[in-house]
Design a protein around this ligand. Structure first.
Ligand SMILES: Cc1cc2nc3c(=O)[nH]c(=O)nc-3n(C[C@H](O)[C@H](O)[C@H](O)COP(=O)(O)O)c2cc1C
Length: 185
């Protein structure tokens, strides 16, 4: 059992990373092996819409660090994608990664490698916890449509200061529980 974490915040000491790490901690407590990737440090180009993947059984034609992510996802059982809310949406780093998952869409990926479980984590500065719920729900639906099994989503609000979530025990507890749930597929 392997669970991956992808962090879509450029902040090394940021809330997103803390939350993703808490999810991975929960997964480890449930017996999984985990690995963390910081998307900001990876060279991931935008999808070029070349359709190479559609003619090559899901193999993306762009040779960059997303190839590492594809290989890791194939060999793992689940992943958590974390993102700060930027302009009411996921960050550009998280979006580049998400767009590139198009390569695996409808290419027999699940038949070959099994359906992967996914969890989402968002951190926002705004103190209104409900403000982006519609977007979070929409994003979950998109991942299900892509063929992943959505296991859950957590969000944390009022996090303008890096590391603010460190003091929010209930959020970190939720994150750990989500990590445990990810291992159950
Ligand atoms: C470019 C940019 C855009 C942002 N847009 C929003 C936003 O639309 N809504 C919001 O609530 N917070 C917004 N924020 C604040 C971040 O979502 C918030 O600080 C978050 O906790 C950052 O996560 P991190 O610590 O993991 O980087 C924005 C921050 C930046 C830098």
């Amino acid at each position: 059992m392997k669970v991956l974490g992808f962090v879509g915040s450029p902040r090394e000491d940021g809330n997103t990373k803390i939350m993703v790490e808490a999810v991975l901690k929960g997964a480890r407590e449930a017996g999984a092996e985990t690995e963390l990737f910081n998307l900001n440090q990876m060279d991931i180009a935008p999808c070029q819409a070349c359709m190479h993947c559609k003619e090559n059984e899901g193999e993306c034609g762009t040779d960059d660090d997303m190839q590492t992510a594809y290989a890791q996802i194939r060999e793992s059982d689940a992943f958590v994608l974390g993102s700060p809310v930027y302009m009411w949406q996921m960050s550009a780093q998280a979006k580049l990664f998400t767009d590139r998952l198009y390569a695996n869409f409808k290419t027999g990926f699940e038949d070959k490698y099994g359906q992967k479980a996914v969890a989402l984590v968002f951190s926002q500065g705004n103190p209104d916890k409900n403000l982006f719920q519609e977007y979070f729900y929409y994003t979950q639906n998109m991942f299900e449509f892509l063929g992943y099994k959505m296991v859950g989503l957590i969000s944390s609000h009022d996090n303008s200061i890096p590391g603010a979530v460190e003091n929010k025990k209930e959020v970190l507890d939720q994150a750990r529980e989500l990590g445990m749930k990810l291992t159950q597929g």
